[in-house]
Write a protein that binds this ligand. Structure first.
Ligand code: IPM
Ligand code: MN
Length: 370
């Protein structure tokens, strides 16, 4: 059995609490002899700033490059509102994405049957929902240059962000999305704003070409991103896979998260190109939710998005798909039993702490795996 290296970056706010439940799960897997994981832990975000005055150190980046998968909690909080822009907590996450070349961000929004009532939308709109948002993650307005604020000298300032995409960036993310659609319900919706943005025009053109060239068997639909947001809350089950740029993907995936009952439920995987030598790609797994400083340290956070992100790591990076299925089944079973963290509580359910939820999932997994 090969030893697989995991780098844990809990980060700030509720990050350490939800990561602790993943660490417990890793220890459980090692103890069971199902796999052999070696873990290292590092600082990222505000906690890294407090210790080193940067959002992530070069040493931690080296560990990230050397690991089979990076597990990331959450970063940020009001404590670091005043730190220099380049050292703000989010810069740590953006550097990881950019330096590891993690251009494909997979954000599955699945509504567990037990949670259909927790969504702010009607039961029938979300019940059985299973969609996948594929967000481009290393381009667009997040990284485009120039990115500046200039003093115009007349009491005015000018802020510039640059939205930029090259053909190859759109091609490779489109291929990831088409491939995923093929393994699912064979439908892809591409979202952009070609009616106002040149990047939208090119996006539309390139996705159409990739479809024509290699994926004619997949049903492709184009939608303006604003209409896409509306359709996501009107009738989300019309979608299978959605592919979109970095900024639209950020927004649309928060919307999709809420369809599932809570932002505390949505996992994500960020993947790079497959290295032909190892047949593996660099990867980072993180919950879609943020650091929630208001509830940090209280045991109130929902660890499910973090645990489900680890399940994605088992599937996409660690060659343990069966275990991934079992972890997901354990999450569903615990929810079906009526256990809830505060964010997803409903009538008649039992509200439990972060730690109790983590333990309940491990106990359920023990039952399922034996
Ligand atoms: C996300 C987050 C990040 C983003 C922040 C923390 C930089 O909101 O992963 O969705 O905007 O990409
Ligand atoms: Mn976001």
């Amino acid at each position: 059995m090969p030893t697989q290296k995991l780098l844990l970056l809990p980060g700030d706010g509720i990050g350490p609490e939800v990561m602790a439940e993943v660490k417990n799960l890793i220890d459980w897997i090692n103890a069971q002899g199902i796999a052999k994981f070696e873990t290292e832990q590092g600082l990222v975000g505000g906690s890294a700033y407090d210790a080193h005055k940067v959002a992530i150190t070069d040493d931690t980046m080296k560990l990230a490059h050397a690991s089979d998968a990076v597990l990331f909690g959450a970063v940020g909080g009001p404590k670091w509102d005043q730190v220099p822009y380049d050292a703000r907590p989010e810069a740590g996450l953006l550097r990881l994405r950019k330096d590891l070349g993690l251009f494909a961000n997979l954000r599955p929004a699945i509504c567990y049957p037990a949670l259909a009532a927790s969504s702010s939308l009607k039961h029938e709109v979300v019940e059985g929902l299973d969609i996948m948002i594929v967000r481009e993650l290393t381009g667009g307005v997040y990284f485009g240059e120039p990115k500046t604020i200039t003093d115009l000298g007349n009491g005015q300032k000018r802020a510039v962000d640059t939205q930029v995409y090259d053909t190859y960036e759109i091609e490779r993310i489109a291929r990831v999305a088409f491939d995923l659609a093929r393994k699912r319900r064979n439908k892809l919706t591409s979202m952009e704003k070609r009616n106002v943005m040149k990047t939208g025009v090119l996006w539309n053109e390139v996705v159409t070409q990739v479809h024509q060239r290699s994926y004619k068997d997949v049903q492709l639909e184009h939608m303006l991103a604003d209409a896409g947001g509306m359709q996501l809350v009107r009738w989300p089950k019309q979608f299978d896979v959605i592919v979109t740029d970095n900024l639209f993907g950020d927004m649309l995936s928060d919307v999709a998260a809420m369809l599932t009952g809570s932002l505390g439920m949505l996992p994500s995987a960020s993947l790079g190109d497959v290295d032909p030598r190892t047949n593996k790609s660099k990867s980072l797994y993180e919950p879609v939710h943020g650091s929630a400083p208001d509830i940090a340290g209280k045991g109130a956070a929902n660890p499910i998005a973090m645990i489900a992100s680890f399940a994605m790591a088992l599937r996409y990076s660690l060659d343990l798909s069966k275990l991934a299925d079992q972890v997901e089944a354990a999450i569903a079973a615990v929810l079906a039993k009526g256990l809830r963290t505060a964010d997803i509580k409903s009538e008649g359910a039992t509200v439990v702490t972060t730690q109790a939820m983590g333990k309940a999932i491990r106990d359920e997994l023990t039952r399922i795996a034996s």
